[in-house]
Design a protein around this ligand. Structure first.
Ligand code: SF4
Ligand code: SF4
Length: 91
């Protein structure tokens, strides 16, 4: 059975969080996203939240575990760090 489970209960505007400290902009997640809602330019990886179908394919596709479900409803990974009151959140 696939380890990938769709998380249709995730209702945040940003269903997937990107940890910019881990992302090396390899593009693997961009190529696998069936909704074409992951954007990557020279500096930034972004998820177009409203277009995300919450399939979860991108999470295991990332070789450095930079992607995760947004369990808290924050707008960005930076906001998650602020909410947790730490600058050390990573893997
Ligand atoms: S969960 Fe699916 S649709 Fe959403 S960004 Fe990841 S691969 Fe794309
Ligand atoms: S697969 Fe991971 S490291 Fe590669 S661009 Fe996507 S988030 Fe960044």
């Amino acid at each position: 059975m696939s380890k990938i489970k769709a998380r249709l209960d995730i209702t945040a505007e940003t269903p997937i969080l990107v940890n910019p400290r881990l992302c090396d902009q390899c593009g693997a997640c961009v190529g696998i996203c069936p909704a074409d809602c992951i954007t990557l330019d020279e500096y930034t990886l972004g998820i177009v939240g409203p277009d995300c179908i919450k399939c979860g394919f991108c999470i295991p596709a990332c070789p450095v575990e930079a992607l995760s479900w947004n369990e808290t409803g924050v707008a960005s990974f930076a906001d998650l760090l602020k909410q947790n009151g730490t600058a050390s959140a990573g893997r």
